[in-house]
Design a protein around this ligand. Structure first.
Ligand code: DLL
Length: 443
């Protein structure tokens, strides 16, 4: 099959038909499924029933899609408080899979799937791969972690449903990943964007030029990344880097993905109902206005989730996409409402720092943010690796870059951050989600 990957490929896979439903049909399907999921959850999940009773709401009151706003929110705390199985709506004998996600607190959250839920998950992942131009015949290296994390098995089932050849690598063991990528003729890879950056770098050390391999696409997600990071990845590897979004609470990967236009993530709205709200007032945001993404599962049976507060910040993109999909797009998720830190009263998001660092020439996409407190005053230090040639003996060039980054950070953040340029390979690499911020302030 011949394809021109630089032009993108939005070829049609029949499983993607729901992506193109006329708007009224999509909304009718959503409403039918919303009623059905509320009817399913209400008698089976005590938390939902109690909360609805408190406001005098019954499943029969859900008559329009707007009525979703009458339902109670669900939060991560609810999942932790009902640990492990308190939100299950199916009996254990119908549950075929459990996954878990480690929270920041001690207890993980547990999520469950019936056989039908697994089929829906495989379907949305299949549609995800199809949206970014993958198909039968592709050889997909799956370097998301297999295990309790949803990334590995989620991508695995979707890639098999697509009819592609899956290589279940899981994360880690970078040298072997590179050997497989080269020797097995891999055409696409799934992993976190930060891990792929690491793989490109390691490949170079092993004398493998990723640009010369048949690999042409990466399906990257599970952590925030910026447009600057995408540009670096694409330039260094000659692949197209697609953004995929998802979260364990809702299903795992496959809630939304970019199509070949790489301009916002299409949400699989026939299975996930989207709201964007102002996180402070809970008021609905207009299309195009940034706010917190709130998701309701429309088809899940083992663990239906009503109005989940994701903490992920995004906006609906109102314009239709050139690919013809009618399912709407959201902007890439560059930040969470809870990854913000406050330095001397100024709100800072890691993604602002990443954008400023990667806009400069001579930096590498490896950085670490450290927050400390000295005599009651917050300090922020940003370490960033620079290219080996810059690190040679050109002290002047290094100083120039440091000053440039410090002023660009000051402009972006509105506060002074100390920049420390470090040699390549100094900072820790991650095999899964990157940890960019070290907060040593003991707040
Ligand atoms: O990270 C599921 C996943 C696996 C998504 C593989 C994509 C690929 P959790 O571990 O529960 O699930 O983490 C979910 O990760 O609420 C976001 O804050 C963040 N996240 C996931 N994808 C993206 C993305 C998986 N593409 C949390 N961009 C979510 C930004 C993302 N953040």
């Amino acid at each position: 099959m011949t394809q021109s990957w630089n032009d993108g490929d939005c070829s049609f896979d029949p499983v993607s038909a729901p992506d193109f439903l006329p708007g009224d049909q999509l909304r009718a399907l959503q409403l039918q499924r919303l009623k059905s999921v509320v009817n399913w959850a209400y008698p089976r999940v005590e938390l939902y029933r109690k909360r609805m009773e408190e406001t005098g709401l019954t499943p029969g009151d859900i008559r329009s899609l707007d009525d979703v706003r009458r339902l109670p929110f669900t939060t991560k705390k609810d999942l932790i408080d009902t640990y492990p199985f308190g939100l299950f709506a199916s009996s254990m004998s119908d549950i075929v899979r459990l996954h878990a996600s480690s929270g920041t607190t001690g207890r993980p959250i547990v999520v469950a799937y019936t056989q039908e839920d697994i089929s829906v998950w495989a379907e949305v992942m299949h549609r995800s791969f199809a949206a970014c131009g993958l198909h039968r015949g592709d050889i997909i290296q799956n370097a998301y972690g297999y295990g309790l994390f949803t990334g590995g098995l989620g991508a695995h089932y979707g890639a098999e449903a697509l009819g592609a050849t899956v290589i279940p690598m899981s994360g880690g063991n970078s040298d072997r990943q590179i050997m497989v990528m080269r020797d097995f003729g891999v055409t696409a890879i799934c992993c976190t964007p930060s891990y792929f950056i690491h793989l490109i770098e390691r490949a170079g050390e092993l004398g493998v030029d990723v640009k010369k391999l048949p690999i042409r696409a990466g399906v990257f997600g599970a952590e925030p990344w910026t447009e600057g990071m995408r540009r670096r990845i694409q330039a260094e590897s000659n692949i197209k880097a697609y953004d995929i979004y998802g979260l364990s609470e809702i299903i795992g990967p496959g809630v939304g993905i970019e199509c070949c236009h790489q301009d916002g993530l299409h949400i699989f709205e026939d299975h996930f109902l989207v709201e964007i709200i102002d996180p402070a007032s809970d008021r609905p945001c207009k299309d195009g206005e940034e706010g917190e993404l709130v998701l309701t599962t429309l088809s899940k049976r083992a663990m239906p989730i009503l109005r989940y507060r994701t903490h992920d910040i995004t906006a609906i993109i109102p314009e239709p996409c050139k690919c013809g999909r009618t399912i709407r797009r959201i902007q890439r998720i560059a930040r969470r409402s809870d990854d913000m830190f406050i330095i001397r009263g100024v709100n800072v998001f890691p993604s602002q720092i990443e954008t400023a660092l990667l806009a400069a020439e001579g930096t590498l996409p490896h950085y670490q943010i450290t927050l400390t407190r000295d005599k009651g005053l917050d300090q922020i230090e940003v370490q960033v690796e620079v290219t080996p040639d810059l690190f040679g003996d050109k002290i002047g060039a290094l100083e120039g870059l440091q000053n440039k980054l410090e002023s660009s950070l000051e402009r972006t953040l509105g506060l002074r951050a100390d920049v420390r340029l470090v040699e390549p390979h100094t900072l820790a690499r991650s095999e899964g989600k990157a940890r960019r911020v070290k907060d040593l302030r003991n707040l």
